[in-house]
Design a protein around this ligand. Sequence first.
Ligand code: AGP
Length: 633
Amino acid sequence: MCGIVALIGSREAAPQLLDGLRQLEYRGYDSAGIATVEGGRLHCLKAEGKLVNLSARYEQHGAPGQCGIGHTRWATHGKPEERNAHPHLDGSGELAVVQNGIIENHRTLRESLQAEGVTFLSDTDTEVIPHLIALELKARSDAGEAASANLLLAAVQAVLPQLHGAYALAVVWARCPGALVVARHQAPLLIGLGEGEFLCASDTPALAGFTRTILPMEDGEVALLTPLGIELYDSAGQRVQRTPTLLTGTEHVADKRSFRHFMLKEIHEQPETAALWVARHLPEGALVALPLDESVYTGVERIQILACGTSRHAAQVGAYLLEQLAGIPTSVFYASEFRYAPPPLTPHMLTIGVTQSGETADTLAALAMEQERRQSLEDPAYAPRLLGITNRPESSLGRLVGHLLDIGAGIEVGVAATKTFLGQLLAFYGLALAFAERRQGQDGPGASSGRSIAELQALASQLRQLPGLLQALVHDHDQRCAELAHLFADTQDVIFLGRGINYPIAMEGALKLKEISYIHAEGYPAGEMKHGPIALLDARVPVVSIAVPGTVFDKVLSNAQEAKARDAQLIGVAPACPDTTLFDVLLPLPETDELLSPLLTVIPMQLLSYHIAAHRGLDVDQPRNLAKSVTVE
Ligand code: AGP
């Protein structure tokens, strides 16, 4: 995923562009660049690495002009080197383009441009775009058209149908300093309306400090921005009129407060995330109150959940709850796999897409495919019924699905998802309770699993206690995990074990550790270790064992014993356990219902990963090779 910004107005563009890029840096941070237009010239600055390098270049060289574009990159095509950084220019150096997405047919386009004598300076897919627009401009100029904003717009509109893939892009042209053209096709792009100026960006944090009035672009739309106004066109070239909307709340502004990293701040915000969820959806006197239409629930016989990474781990906990609490057969798929090997269609299916960003291309593509194949059957029993669970209701997911559950966790900047994971878990608790309530007394497929209303109510009232439990847990484990981190100074491999509802939490613990500390880690179902992976264990491989009283407690403790017998250093995430000598280190948990335990066991996972990475001096919020959400397949 990359971030793009573009500005046109009456003040120097570069400082605002850099400011916008700073807010978008979580989207990609291996190189950055800006291009501004003034005096019939393009002023382009690029730098490899973080944005500070680009800012230093700007301090040194400047970039004059009141119109410009900027980009922060997460490499897809071409290494993270300066020559592959955006903006990319045409051969004359007069036209510049930034793009977020992937141009899938770039090889074919590149070959035909090369056949016409065009020289490429980068390995990127994006570079075909300025060359194609330049050729279009030349053809039109040769036919007598004068340089103008409308000419630039027409050239971009003529080129877009040649591009296959998902993209958002912005274009400036030295010959027309008063015009900026932007386009969106399956990658996010929003226009912010200031006073006599317009700022476009991939995401709201870049806009929030500039304006609260925004116009999210729709797929296929192209906009011509001048200091005087916006002209919006659909993919057929027809003018579109749409009323801007208002960004509300403070959740769009990224602020680290006094924390060392955004990730730590976001871990500490989880009691608040839970408190907000409880206040909104678990009112006293009702079991659960979700803002969903009854048609989400009616007649559902099966559920399938599509997601990636951490969101998929939340989905796995969700599937456990939906099956155990509501008795609905539920499958979880990697969204990136689903699209290419979808299961046979079955009737009365609810499809849930889980994505905190609402922009993950794999998840969106899988959902869109499912929607299409169900629509094509024209059979009401197979009709698409799509529910999205997200932290960004204004995202592409929000526009794709018919029903949406907003987890309301506020902006999450750290690349490693923490509070949004908790929010997703809570959404699934709410959903499972809501289904279970509606299925009371039903027989046949999809019948209630037999949990009585009283049992469901007991769970709901324990959920209401969650914010307080989390507050204490985050506070205590922050200190404990900070003290433990030095034990992992030379560690190269860690195994996380869990069973039942805590198996996904073991996988989440391993993913967190991998992505921010670069330590190899595996999350494994504890009972499976003896079937192979136990061969990995020795005194150099710590094992984190999640052991919660309930259906598999004794089994997990035996599995932990097996690891200890192979000299593994054992870290227990457990309430005080019967065998006090079992664990070398205990990260204690309060007593809780096993079904609710993932909401607690995940906290030591997050804090352990955080402190190990911070202890190693790593860039916790922007780990190498990653981006906050991945908008390419
Ligand atoms: C989470 O820590 C990861 N950065 C990553 O696995 C993430 O969960 C995944 O890319 C899906 O993102 P989404 O929730 O925005 O769809």
